[in-house]
Design a binder for this molecule. Sequence first.
Ligand SMILES: Cc1ncc(COP(=O)(O)O)c(C=O)c1O
Length: 435
Amino acid sequence: MAGRNQELLEKRNQHVPQGPFNTTTAFVKEARGAVMVDVDGRELIDFAGGIGVNNVGHCHPKVVAAIQDQAGKCIHSCFHVAMYEAYVDLAQRLNELAPGDFAKMTMFANSGAEAVENAVKVARYATKRPAVICFENAFHGRTLLGMTLTSKVKPYKFGFGPFAPEIYRIPYAYCYRCPFGLEYPSCNAACADHLEDFFVNHVAAEQTAAVIAEPIQGEGGFITPPPEYFPKLKAICEKYGIVLIIDEVQSGAGRTGKFFAIDHWQVVPDVITLAKSFAGGMPLSAVIGRAEMMNTAHVGGLGGTYSGNPVSCRAALAVLEILFADKLIDQSVKLGETLLERFNAMQAKYEIIGDVRGKGPMLAMELVEDRESKKPASDKAKALVSRCFEKGLVLLSCGNFGNVIRTLMPLVITDEQLEKGLSILEESLAEISDS
Ligand SMILES: Cc1ncc(COP(=O)(O)O)c(C=O)c1O
């Protein structure tokens, strides 16, 4: 690497700590749709979408126009000081979109982690119970509570303890590596029933405020539970008056071929957290929940200086309009079908692909040393990502062993860009398979 990217990288290394990680060495000059251009003029096809943020594409003209318009009128008044229409409009729109035939209310925060923090606050306040149950392979952010709820130790938790109290963890429905050594479908989703045993051995149900789950675990490896899983989990939560929080930060806003991924399981959560793609790149997150639950916390107990900033709310309103007016959710279904077909064909050809999973274009391939032992092919996944980058494709890995390759490209990607990206992926797969 030479040129402006190299100069900026040296400056970055001198002035910015290593903690805020980088998955590539590129510095972006501009980006449109599903393509980024770096400061040396190299075009990069974007299968990462800024970690699942750009479903409507980079710099969608309607999002840019909404941001510019709002920036010229009022950038910040603080919702707690002088309210604005966009906050209320956006809350109303999300309340309409969220599943559940009951009254809902929505509040805003700045990041996914903050939405999770607020969802837990709401659940604890409403139930007057302390405990929260989360899952192995979960990712919920980097704040104290977020990283406590997160599963993977390195890099997310190592050295950052002590952690928040009253957080308990159970295995997830990871069928490819069943934590119970069972097989689907004969297991009858026993992993969900395990929650009842957990109440006997670890924490009482009547002390448990919430169960928090991603419908498809994002950073954890796009782990996708079978159809029975969430209905069972929901039934257990209902039985004990436990709030089911579904974290849609990565899976929401059309990523899986539905607006909310949980709709694939036809389960109605009590609370949903949403961020990333619904605001098209502006920092914004939402907590959407049953009105009576959301409305229990006292005045002043929730909020924040920038929470639900007007520019971000306007961007999100534009994103929602684009998603539906441009039928991007139908596009998401189509994109998912193409990707699945291609990933299945690659799996038939390359032994290294142990599992293909996901919903819609939230799709992943898990790489293994061999299909018998299923030993995670972590180094090869790393090599694959870096070869793809050399050839002009930005791709992300995930999974607790870093051996899962995921797709989070903008839904507006053109057929030509998609084809080019998939060709780079396959070419690189062939190379690492031979090495
Ligand atoms: C499911 C999930 N929850 C929470 C977060 C945290 O979001 P943020 O990085 O905006 O704090 C993420 C981020 O990747 C996520 O995927």
